[in-house]
Design a protein around this ligand. Sequence first.
Ligand SMILES: Cc1cc2nc3c(=O)[nH]c(=O)nc-3n(C[C@H](O)[C@H](O)[C@H](O)COP(=O)(O)OP(=O)(O)OC[C@H]3O[C@@H](n4cnc5c(N)ncnc54)[C@H](O)[C@@H]3O)c2cc1C
Length: 382
Amino acid sequence: MDRIRFQPCELPPNANALRTEVRDFLNKEFADTPPSDRANSWSEGDAEFSKKLGARGWIGMTWPKKYGGHERSILERYVVQEELLAAGAPIALHHIADRQSGPLLMRFGKEAQCLNILPRITKGECYFCIGMSEPDTGSDLAAVRTKAEKVDGGYLVNGSKIWTSQAHMVHFMIGLFRTDPKADKHSGLSQFLIDLKNTDGIEIRPVINLTGRHDFNQVFFEDVFLPEDALIGEENEGWNQVLTELTFERSGPERYMSSQLLMESITREATQNPGERAAVEIGKMVANLASLRQMSLSVASMQQNGEDPAMEGSLVKEIGVNFEQSIPRIAHELFGVEAGLENGSEFEKTYAKINMGAPSFSLRGGTREVLRGIIARRMGIR
Ligand SMILES: Cc1cc2nc3c(=O)[nH]c(=O)nc-3n(C[C@H](O)[C@H](O)[C@H](O)COP(=O)(O)OP(=O)(O)OC[C@H]3O[C@@H](n4cnc5c(N)ncnc54)[C@H](O)[C@@H]3O)c2cc1C
């Protein structure tokens, strides 16, 4: 049974100066952008903005210099992420590459893959998507059916991936495919690096979400040839590799900060003189936010120390998404706000976007029930 560890964490002395630098930059950058235009934050992308972050050294911050990185600490990266999310900055294009694809390549990839791709990621010029879910395979990820059959000089891929965020905008996918259909389901999987812009046989079809946005896609592979060097890590070791990738995916501050702009709108709406009910609710929100931040920082410091925070990261995600999902309800209960996506006030538009996005918070990156199962297993009660 694993012990739950949330050690208090102090940010390093240089973090405050870095925070001020990032905040000043973001204040200037978004001085004229209303909150409702920033409400989707890490689902929204802007290529020019990604390049600006790259030029400032805020992508691949912890990576080695030989890969274009800046060899800064995980806690410094945390401060930058926190400020970007609080501002609702449009980070979607480079975020997955920075958060998980780059770190995965550094852990398991070939030196040539790293030298070729990572410097472009750090410049904010190269983006990735996640090729895990399939039409009949979401929570039960080990059941993926898309096949990568060994052929002369490489692999032939057939099948499809779904809910692939930003696949239509990005350069590469890291895909989880079945390489040994005879092995048991956890053993016959491998990860591949797929150049989406320069590979024949790939079709990317939009899947429009509840708000009318095109974020998701279904990606079809028909006799797609991948050369041998597209394999990441070892053949049939994909399951262990993907578990590492999911730890990178689940543990960051984006798992409790998705409703941040609505939280700020609530405090603005309550004015300097909130009634007792609003004051109590705002107090609870701030206390919850502060606790989650401490827990999440603690996870970041474990990563900094080379420990495995899989259970603590899952706990932050589970408690964090409950928190971010509760904010639209609080806005509605306190002020009776109704959704006004196109023509409402700033408050109504911000509420509408976050309220419609909120159901997905406990699905993306692994559902609530799956996360609870992981926590229970690690605690030895399942
Ligand atoms: C905004 C968003 C972005 C996403 N982006 C990506 C992406 O870029 N790439 C990608 O690969 N995927 C992506 N996904 C897909 C996401 O990972 C899956 O939706 C998720 O893993 C759940 O899979 P599913 O949708 O097939 O649901 P299912 O697995 O069918 O689950 C349906 C319901 O059953 C419950 N359930 C399933 N199994 C169990 C069990 N054993 N015990 C108890 N309850 C269970 C689930 O918790 C859920 O409530 C994204 C999803 C969202 C919402």
